[in-house]
Design a protein around this ligand. Sequence first.
Ligand SMILES: C[S@@+](CC[C@H](N)C(=O)[O-])C[C@H]1O[C@@H](n2cnc3c(N)ncnc32)[C@H](O)[C@@H]1O
Length: 276
Amino acid sequence: MDSRQQERENLEIELLLEAIFRYYGFDFRDYAPASLRRRIIKARDQEGISTITGLTERLLHNPNYLDRFVQALSVNVTSMFRDPEFFLTFRKKVVPMLRTYPSIQIWNAGCSTGEEAYSLAILLEEEGLYARTRIYATDINEEVLKKAREGIFPLEDMKDYTANYMKAGGEKSFSEYYSANYGNAIMRPGLGKNITFAQHNLVTDGPFNQFQVICCRNVTIYFNKELKNRVHELLYQSLVNFGILGLGSKESIHFTPKQGRYEQVENTISLYRKIG
Ligand SMILES: C[S@@+](CC[C@H](N)C(=O)[O-])C[C@H]1O[C@@H](n2cnc3c(N)ncnc32)[C@H](O)[C@@H]1O
């Protein structure tokens, strides 16, 4: 692609992002540009449209396409007990603090298809805390939330999840938590009873509660610095004093304006306690 074509494509992307923000309120304008560009082009090709401007037209004139487009733009990769050391530290260092609260509110922001929320539910049930816990698991993407509510995951993933669960300090047989059915693992019904799955956009929506724990893992890696800072402001506002913020293993509170407001719970693990 020559530089003139590149310039035109950049302009088309800018106009597309402006259009979905102004017309639908979905703000992807500050997402990391390289991965966003790749995803937009993939979405364009999947729709069999030759230009990004054509994609903008489809979006503006066909609201039914919006969910599919948001889905195409999101990276939804997730797993149960992802980065097991995170959950192990959560069990050892966060659970004792949670025991001091009569009721526990947890926000799982950017929950994707729900594996992280179910992992938290399992861990808290084993620690005897689940009955007094409510987990608000939110995502921008209604499609992944539908899957999360069903609580049905590919059976073939359970081998890896079992290994993660054990590394995360789990001592039961992981198969107690699901029943196998034609290639599916159906999560035990009671497990989802204190989880509320709901749509929330970290970029455009405000705080909606005060939480003892917020897990927002592997979500802001797709955001630029300004957007990341904005989300960190929202997370900070939504945490109680001494509340815990959990981030992804490649994420850190350092180099954000909030770094002095947290202390790390354990070296090398992205778990932070709000201190001021
Ligand atoms: C890679 S997944 C991470 C899932 C899970 N937290 C984990 O660590 O395994 C990122 C999720 O963030 C969601 N997401 C992206 N932008 C968002 C936004 N502005 N507000 C809320 N969720 C968003 C995506 O839809 C996707 O499901």
